[in-house]
Ligand binder design. Sequence first.
Ligand code: MN
Length: 596
Amino acid sequence: MDVDAGHGAALGGALPTQPGELPLTRRLRSLLAWPGAETDPVSHLVRTHRGIHSGADPAVLRRAYTIAETMHRGQFRKSGEPYITHPLAVAQICADLGMDTTTLVAALLHDTVEDTRYTLQALADDFGPEVAHLVDGVTKFDKAFYGKAAEAETIRKMIIAAGKDVRVLIIKLADRLHNMRTLGVRSAASRERIARKTEEVLIPLCDRLGIQTLKRELDDVVLLHLHPEEHARIARHVHDRPGWDAYLAEVVAQARVALRRNRVDAAVSPRPRHLYSIWKDTVAGGHSAPYDLPRIAVVVDGPATDCYAALGAIHGLWRPVPGRFKDYIASPKNNLYRSLHTSVCGPKNRTVEVLIRTEEMHRSAEYGIAANYRFPRAGGDAAARAEQLAWLHRVLGWEQDAADPAQFLQSLRSDLAEAQIQVFADGRQVVLPAGATPVDLAYELGTERGDHCLAARINGRLAPLSSELEDGDVVEIFTENDADNGFEAEAAPRGPRKEWLRFVKSPHAQMQINRWFAEHTEPGISISDKVRLGRATIGLALRQHNRGLASDLPLLRLAEELGYPDLETLLVAVFDRVIAPDEVVRQLIDLVDHRQ
Ligand code: MN
């Protein structure tokens, strides 16, 4: 990277609002710089931000805007608007979400390093390492160098950066939301491609972070681009539902009376579904007309136990529809969503859906991980926060084991796509992909447990290691190392079985089993295995430098430079330790960083 620290720092000095200025001077300066509040491009952003964080300092936002605007000047979006409208809109989405000043600054600058001559170093000098880390996390890999694999590398890099600071993902989601909103000007093919990618990776990521306010918008905009006529049909339906509002008002009024009579303090309001959710239920149920039940939310002003009191009041008023009650308070969803769900036979015999939750549950249902920033004093406890990011750390766990970014991306996709189950083991809840087996569980409990698992007891009964676990199962794992496991232990620990690969479900377990075989099959190893393992060794060593290789190009060049006849020979040499992997990696990084 070329270091250009002087440039940005110099610009920073020329910005408005300097300390020690007289109020009048400042006012005159601001009048000169921003001819009026209405035309000041940052004022809406500042107002939103200070509406949620009253103590926030607007000066740094203006400084970030000025740099971004200067850097992007002369660049235009496909719509013809000046480029700066995009980072400003992304920052606005983050502000509406209630994110902190640092996130907003990074959002304003998020494309500068990728698309302008502003460098990461200048950014770090001007705004500090935190902002630099966030911007770097959303900066794409160079397509010219990484080619087709750039996308996988970019996602891998973003996830690693998010492991250190989850705000990276929030900026990326806001970035994608604004790009999706403004896709209209692109060709049909590129709209579909971008919408599909959003649906495949970013929406599930958003869902895992629990940020429903963003997810609803992303869902609807994906529907718009993938199925425009369906989007129009559902929108029309929502727009003209005769008597719908009056009916909901009646439901809300009756519910309020019943709650008051039962001495439950609660706010009741209609809870409309978003278009995508109506469409999904319509398709899933095979309905010809849009399928959309009236829905209300009851937000109790008290502890979680009040939710059950509210449930009693609602079920006392209207008969519950059998089989529709779900207690996500006792068993939260994998993104920590908590609420009671029920359907009742409401006025005029129409089915009504009811969501019941506390204030705190409501906040985290809407904002998920972003609630920690929006309500910093609400005392969201550290344990819940850590739990919310547990899956992210699990994903980062396989990152260590994935042979290359493409495999990592594939694992990430399948993890995000799959339904999940929760089982109980070692006295705690463990989240696994649907269809997981005791072997998946054992690896989730620890590599040692996985490598040496021998048998499992599911709900008190012995079961084969290949059994499919079900939601709510209580599982015990026995290993060769359990002193008193009651099983015939063989003399020597034997490790995983090859056939496990046929039934394990989680990418983590797959990778761990492959790793074990890679480590334990050295004698009589074939050349093709040596090539594969040599490559994996380089991959691992690169990863220790937080780098990755998505194409063979740099390796090919290095092989040539080192005088090897071909790439395979170099990889075998690495495997046989003829050349140290660290040495290869040092030279590779040199080669990549000085490619001009
Ligand atoms: Mn962008």
